[in-house]
Ligand binder design. Structure first.
Ligand code: FES
Length: 371
C-alpha cells in the first residue's frame, strides 16, 4: 500500500464515523464506493491519483481453481529447489567443501525462495495498489482507522490460511535451509583459548632474517629497519611464524623513551649511533604487518588503515584505528654477537581483540591466565 499526501482529511470522530467499519462488508459495492475506504472525507471529490472501486478481495485465480493449483505447484517447485540446495549445501560442506559450489547453492537457494515468494504474491494473494490520503499528522489514529487496519490484516492472512500446504512447506524449507546456513559456523575452528597470547620467542632464541640467517646489530643500518623471526627451525616465511614477526629498528641517536620496567630491553645505549629496539610487526588494529617506517619522524605505519605508531614513545598509536601500542620484544646480544630475545613478549601481540587482562610468564611464554 502506498500513501499520498492529499488535500482531504479523513473523517473525524463524528456520528458518521461510528458507522464506519463493521457495517461495511469489505469487497461490497458500498464499501468500495465509500470514499472513507480511501481516507477521503465523505462528500469530498475524488482526487485524480486515488483509484477506487477496486475489489481487494479479488484473487488472480478466483474463478479458476485449477489455475490456482498450478500456481501453488509453481511456488512449491521453487521452494523445492531451495530445499534441495539446503541439503546440497550440507552435503558439500561435510564432504570437504568447495567454495564455488557452496556459493552457487547459496545463490540458487535464496533465488528459489525469492521467486517462490514473488509467485505466491502475484498469483495467490489478492491485492492492488491502494492510495490513501495521509490525513492529519498531528493526532493519533481514529478508532475507525484502527478497525480498518485490523480488517485489512485479516484479509491479508486469509489467503495464506487458504494454502496450508504452502505454509507448511515454507516452514520445512526455511528450517532445512536455515540449518544448512549454520554449517559454515564449524569453519570458525576450535576456541583459540590462549594460543594467540604467546609467540615462538623464548629466552635465548636468535633473531633470523627471512633467509634464516642470524642477525647482528651491525646488520641494521642507522634509521633502518629489519624484519626478523625467532630461529625455531621453521621456515621464517611460514604462516606459523607470522605472529612472531618482529621489526628491529636502529634508532641511531633518537631520544627513545625507555620505560622504567624495560631498561634492558633494547640493544646499545639510547642516544648512541646504534640503539636497536624490537616491536611486534602485527598491527594492533586488524593484524596487518606494520611494514612502513618514516625514519625522520620515527613512526611505523600500517599500510592497511594507516595506523601510525610513534616508536620513540613505546610505539604508541598516534593516528588511525589501532587501539594500543605495538608489543615490545626484550632484546639482548649473545656471546657470538647475534641478536637474541630475552623472553617472549609480555603481552599478546596483534589486534586489540586480545587486549584483555592477561598474564604471560615471560620466561616460558607458556603460562597464560585470564582474569
Ligand atoms: S590493520 Fe593496521 S591499521 Fe588496520
Amino acid at each position: 500500500m502506498t500513501t499520498t499526501e492529499g488535500t482531504h482529511s479523513r473523517p473525524v470522530g463524528d456520528g458518521a464515523s461510528e458507522d464506519w467499519g463493521p457495517s461495511l462488508l469489505p469487497g461490497s459495492e458500498e464499501y468500495l464506493e465509500d470514499p472513507r475506504h480511501y481516507g477521503i472525507e465523505h462528500g469530498a471529490p475524488w482526487p485524480e491519483d486515488v483509484p477506487h472501486g477496486q475489489n481487494d478481495m479479488h484473487w488472480r485465480y478466483d474463478d479458476d481453481p485449477r489455475g490456482a493449483r498450478r500456481a501453488e505447484l509453481r511456488v512449491a517447485a521453487c521452494w523445492t529447489v531451495t530445499l534441495l540446495c539446503g541439503i546440497g549445501l550440507a552435503w558439500v560442506y561435510v564432504a570437504g567443501g568447495q567454495t564455488q559450489v557452496e556459493g552457487g547453492l547459496f545463490a540458487l537457494g535464496f533465488g528459489g525462495l525469492g521467486v517462490g515468494f514473488v509467485l505466491w504474491a502475484r498469483d495467490l494473494l489478492p491485492g492492488h495498489d491502494v492510495i490513501a490520503s495521509r490525513g492529519g499528522l498531528t493526532h493519533a489514529s481514529e478508532e475507525s482507522d484502527r478497525r480498518l487496519a485490523v480488517q485489512s490484516l485479516g484479509r491479508g492472512l486469509e489467503p495464506m490460511a487458504r494454502r496450508p500446504f504452502l505454509a507448511k512447506m515454507l516452514g520445512g524449507v526455511l528450517t532445512v535451509f536455515g540449518i544448512s546456513l549454520l554449517f559454515p559456523l564449524a569453519s570458525l575452528g576450535p576456541a583459540v583459548d590462549g594460543q594467540f597470547a604467546v609467540t615462538a620467542w623464548r629466552r635465548g632464541i636468535r633473531a633470523v632474517n627471512e633467509d634464516g640467517d642470524p642477525v647482528r646489530p651491525g646488520d641494521i643500518e642507522a634509521n633502518g629497519i629489519l624484519t626478523v623471526f625467532p630461529n625455531t627451525g621453521e621456515d621464517p616465511g611460514s604462516p606459523a611464524m607470522a605472529q612472531s614477526s618482529v621489526v628491529l629498528i636502529n634508532l641511531a641517536s633518537a631520544p627513545f623513551e625507555v620505560r622504567p620496567d624495560r631498561k634492558d630491553w633494547h640493544i646499545g645505549a639510547v642516544g648512541s649511533q646504534s640503539c636497536i629496539v624490537g616491536f611486534s610487526k602485527i598491527c594492533t588494529h586488524a593484524g596487518c604487518p606494520v611494514s612502513l617506517y618514516n625514519w625522520s619522524a620515527h613512526e611505523l605505519i600500517c599500510p592497511c588503515h594507516q595506523s601510525t605508531f610513534r616508536v620513540l614513545e613505546d610505539c604508541k598509536p598516534i593516528f588511525g584505528p589501532a587501539p594500543r601500542n605495538l608489543a615490545q620484544l626484550p632484546l639482548a646480544v649473545d656471546d657470538e654477537g647475534y641478536i637474541i630475545a630475552r623472553s617472549d613478549f609480555n603481552e599478546p601481540v596483534g589486534p586489540g581483540y586480545w587486549n584483555r587482562p592477561i598474564r604471560v610468564n615471560p620466561n616460558t611464554g607458556a603460562a597464560v591466565e585470564y582474569s
